[in-house]
Write a protein that binds this ligand. Structure first.
Ligand code: CP
Length: 293
């Protein structure tokens, strides 16, 4: 694997190999890379989990992270993303982790001579989030085949929804979406359901963050009305199957996508997703550097 740009590029065999390695690493079975490597984590959109867990993964593998702060970089003087990345390559970085607001920003990076790991591109893809979500589901259920997964919320703006829909469908899960009409995306052949109709059958309910920063004034419901129609309420929680789980990529808008009392409840795997993110990113880094000539 020379880059990780979207889930489209991964076969089901690739995904399972990354998951199995991440689970091994979670069990403590890993050693730092033998060769010295340098990475710059270039985040042009805010991040807590993705950035911090890449940094943790890099440190655990003995990789040196080169600090980069977009707000104090020459990007503020007008330098392009490509020139920023070429600079990082020129000073000796071996790979780049990039989050950027432009969907498919990586299309402009074809001439770059070092691997890119996509940490999220606009409303496009978030492959490492998808991989850590898949790892978390696999850890609970041991298989994807026939699992009923409902992804609820801001589908059209969500790179997490798109990446997970691609991967889960490929792995044999039955994906359904639930979203207000304004946030539906008909480019994906996925049926939309009412959460109240789907809640008793679902094995996984994956809630998405309401992305206020991407909506402008287009939101015409209150937090309360969103919660009652599309959120995980206490009443819906009680109707879930015995072994069903609740996921959310976080950050969470408490009492909007999910009742705050359920975030650390017995069905929630939200903090396990974050924990798994470190091991999945270690697995991806190992794969990227393992496949280098
Ligand atoms: N889930 C996720 O991508 O979180 P951050 O935006 O904090 O990285």
């Amino acid at each position: 694997m020379n880059n990780l740009l979207s889930m489209h590029q991964l076969t089901d065999t690739d995904i399972m190999r990354l998951i199995e390695r991440a689970l091994e690493m979670k069990a403590g079975n890993y050693t730092p890379l033998t060769e010295k490597k340098y990475i710059a984590n270039l985040f042009f959109e805010p991040s807590t989990r993705t950035k911090a867990s890449f940094e943790m993964a890099e440190r655990r593998l003995g990789i040196t992270s080169i600090p980069f702060d977009a707000d104090h970089s020459s990007v503020t003087k007008g330098e392009s993303l490509y020139d920023t990345c070429r600079t990082m390559e020129a000073i000796g970085c071996d790979a780049l982790v990039i989050r950027h607001g432009i969907t498919e920003y990586y299309e402009e990076m074809e001439d770059l001579g070092i691997p890119i790991i996509n940490g999220g591109d606009g409303s496009g893809s978030h492959p490492t989030q998808s991989l850590l979500d898949l790892m978390t589901i696999y850890e609970r259920f041991g298989s994807f085949h026939g699992l009923k997964v409902v992804i609820a919320g801001d589908i059209s703006h969500s790179r997490v929804a798109k990446s997970n829909q691609q991967a889960l469908s490929k792995l044999g899960a039955e994906v359904r979406f639930c979203a207000p009409e304004a946030w539906q995306d008909d480019s994906m052949a996925v049926p939309y359901v009412d959460l109240d109709d789907a809640v008793e059958e679902a094995d996984v309910i994956m809630l998405l963050r309401v992305q206020h920063e991407r909506h402008g004034d287009a939101v015409d419901f209150t937090k309360k009305t969103y919660h009652m129609k599309y959120g995980m309420t206490l009443a819906r929680h009680q109707r879930m199957k015995e072994n069903a789980i609740i996921m959310h990529p976080a950050p969470v808008n408490r009492d909007v996508e999910i009742d705050g009392r359920l975030i650390e409840g017995p069905r929630s795997v939200i903090f396990e997703q974050m924990k798994n993110g470190v091991f999945m990113r270690m697995s991806v880094l190992q794969e990227i550097f393992g496949s280098e000539k």
